[in-house]
Design a protein around this ligand. Structure first.
Ligand code: GCU
Length: 684
């Protein structure tokens, strides 16, 4: 059953005669100028899409032939072909080296123009998307350029084929500690990424084990180079996660101290080798001094020493270092109320602001903890002002249902991107911080942990493809609304039927709130089974060393992170956000337990007590999860049977599992607090 393999590049035949004829008028002939790998990708994609959507193979013509056609190329390559006025009129400079124009002209042509071949490829994908979503191309006049220069996906793939936090099968890159020979799946992956505008990918887990440490050596570089070639054809640069202790583990040195000349020479040598194989290699992703990974702390050095040493090695070749800020004490004593995992990234990295080299980016998780269904935005974003920043999101649904539950994350990501850090007064949104614009920095963007594997449908849950697509679209343009992204994705994936679109749109839009409702309440997070993180376990992490507490007792629940009486975390934000979080009255309900320890009878802004909120949200959330099945069933006839069945099976599981969450959470708090439900519902 290949259902779902094509994802949003399905290119279904347009059976509406009027629309098809309209497209055919301009699209039955094509002229693409250039021979680069990027132009070849553009040509292949355009032919595939047109043939499949319009039922006729387009004719390739020479650029000088007159008449209706799609004409694609760079401004340079098209110069002197009488395109004249409208090309000049366009503000080419603003487009940069990834932007493009899609323009219909009066003589029946559609021009796809850009500064670079990469821009031309993006323009081709744009035109295809217009046709997939039923837009008129007769009057097309589009100018697009990305708001973020780095638009990245991180793979947590290991060379044995497993994927850390992967919920959709095994790796598409590796099997049995080697690269998979047949890379056709990687090519399709690259197509999907490029169609959304992703331009960077790291292909191995941030936890770099023995075998993966060798990816930067002669043993594997020829294979890495083959993968890089494929990605290059789609405008995507390849990065590798590296082991900070490599000089010891694969270099035979006795130290990995970043200030020792021998170590620096070793990394320079390694960089030289890498670039010999991959001239446009992107750089290193590094998880250091975090969760038992080696790092500069061993030698009494700091993160800047470590990152700058690697950056210096890559600098001559134009590479960069992406240094992760997920650093905290994972051996915490719960009685020590002054240590707070939420504070850690800020405490570690703020003192180093301004000391990182220009080709270093700090990659910061969206929240201070770890991709929970609800967390505040990390105060490090907008805390740092003199350092390149990269916002890290998680597409793979580690804590949000592991692709067995429907949880569409675009609404959450939009909230994060729109969060006002007040770093430079009002309108200092995370989106402006991450892009680098707020502080006038050239480097910046978004990275996210991918959610795909070798499952035939890539993501396990077919509706989880929307998270992947949505992430890519947001990296290109964070201003797109969640609704617009959803509608695009639905049309491209399921075709254009208003009824179907309405139902799936509603399912997607509600799903994050639903998931939040039946899992951990009011921003407190966790409450999952330790290790694999799936399924309810209120005390799963309460009596462990990871620093992820809820402190529920018979009187109340929540973590006091105020400056006045708690860990002081709330003070890491700029005002007025810090004031808002500091106050139990003003703190948004959804984050109350993240910032405050309150009694079960504390009255929320919603007018409910905390305990009644827990009961109500869990009963409602679980009911809504059941209703998702009914909504999906209502469009059964409109959907490809394979896809219908696959999704249905997941929704049924979710409905049942949401009931388990409801019961376990409700009974825990009933028995802890001794306070009955106002409505006397059955609590096991
Ligand atoms: C989470 C996740 C780990 C991962 C880590 C990270 O804690 O559970 O699997 O290694 O994040 O982001 O480094």
């Amino acid at each position: 059953d290949r259902s779902g393999y094509e994802c949003w590049l399905r290119y279904s035949y347009i059976d509406d005669d009027i629309s098809r004829d309209a497209y055919l008028k301009r699209c039955s002939r094509i002229a693409l100028i250039g021979e680069s790998a990027l132009i070849e990708s553009a040509r292949a994609e355009l032919k595939l899409a047109l043939t499949s959507m319009l039922g006729a193979k387009p004719l390739e013509i020479g650029i000088s032939e007159d008449g209706p056609a799609i004409v694609a190329g760079t401004f340079d390559s098209l110069q002197g072909l009488g395109l004249g006025s409208f090309v000049e009129a366009a503000d080419i400079a603003e487009l940069g080296n990834e932007g493009y124009i899609v323009l219909a002209s009066e003589d029946g042509r559609v021009y796809l123009l850009a500064e670079t071949d990469k821009g031309v490829l993006y323009a081709v994908f744009h035109l295809i998307r217009m046709m997939q979503t039923g837009e008129d191309i007769e009057t097309a006049s589009v100018r697009e350029f990305p708001r973020n220069s780095l638009r990245m996906i991180n793979h947590w793939d290991n060379m044995d084929g497993s994927i850390e936090r992967g919920y959709a099968g095994r790796s598409i890159f590796y099997r049995d500690s080697r690269f998979i020979e047949d890379l056709s799946r990687v090519r399709d992956y690259a197509r999907l990424l490029a169609s959304g505008g992703i331009n960077a990918v790291s292909i191995n887990n941030v936890n770099v084990h023995v075998q993966e440490s060798k990816l930067i050596t002669e043993e594997f570089l020829p294979d890495v180079a083959k993968v890089a070639d494929i990605f290059r054809g789609y405008g995507i640069r390849l990065y590798l996660s590296v082991n900070f202790a490599s000089p010891i583990e694969i270099g035979g040195l006795e130290t990995a101290d970043p200030l020792v000349p021998e170590v620096r020479r070793w990394w320079s040598g390694a960089a030289k080798e890498i670039y010999r194989h991959i001239p446009d290699f992107g750089g290193f992703v590094v998880k250091a001094d975090s969760e038992f990974r080696p790092g500069p702390f061993t030698y009494g050095r700091n993160h800047a020493d470590g990152a700058n040493m690697l950056a210096e090695a890559l600098e001559p070749y134009g590479g960069e270092v992406i240094w992760r800020c997920f650093v905290y004490n994972c051996l915490q004593d719960w009685r020590d109320r002054s240590t707070d995992r939420a504070r850690a990234a800020y405490d570690h990295f703020m003192p180093l602001d301004g000391t990182f080299r220009d080709n270093v980016l700090l990659q910061i998780k969206n929240g201070p903890m770890d991709f929970q269904v609800r967390e505040p935005v990390s105060p490090l974003l907008g805390g740092l002002t003199r350092t390149n920043q990269l916002l890290e999101l998680q597409i793979t649904q580690e804590y949000t249902g592991q692709q067995r539950h429907l949880c569409y994350l675009v609404p959450q990501w939009k909230e994060i991107l729109e969060f006002d850090t007040y770093a430079q007064g009002e309108h200092s949104t995370v989106s402006e911080v991450a892009s680098g614009r707020l502080f006038g920095r050239k480097r910046g963007g978004l990275a996210a942990v991918g959610n795909i594997g070798d499952d035939m449908n890539w993501t396990g849950h077919i509706l989880a493809q929307a998270n992947w697509y949505g992430y890519a679209r947001l990296t290109w343009n964070p201003c797109l609304s969640s609704e617009q992204i959803s509608r695009e994705w639905i049309r491209m994936t399921f075709g254009q039927d208003m009824g179907t679109e309405g139902i799936i749109l509603k399912m997607l839009s509600d799903s994050h709130r639903i998931y939040e409702a039946y899992t951990a309440p009011l921003g407190v997070g966790w409450m999952v089974n330790p290790g694999h993180h799936y399924g309810p376990n209120v005390d799963g992490y309460e009596y462990s060393k990871w620093g992820t507490y809820h402190y529920a007792d018979r009187y109340g629940i929540g973590v006091d992170r105020t400056v006045r009486s708690g860990t002081g975390y709330a003070g890491q934000y700029h005002s007025p956000q810090s004031d808002l979080y500091e106050s139990p009255e003003r703190c948004p309900d959804e984050l109350l337990l993240f910032f405050h320890h309150v009694s079960y009878t504390h009255v929320l802004k919603s007018g409910k007590t905390v305990i009644q909120h827990i009961y109500d949200s869990h009963f409602n959330g679980a009911d809504q999860a059941v209703d998702l099945v009914a909504q999906w069933d209502s469009i059964k006839e409109k959907i490809d049977e394979g896809i219908y069945l696959q999704v249905r099976e997941r929704l049924l599981h979710q409905a049942e599992h949401a009931g388990e969450w409801r019961d376990i959470v409700n009974t825990y708090f009933y028995r802890k607090s001794g306070i009955a439900d106002d409505y006397d519902r059955l609590i096991y």
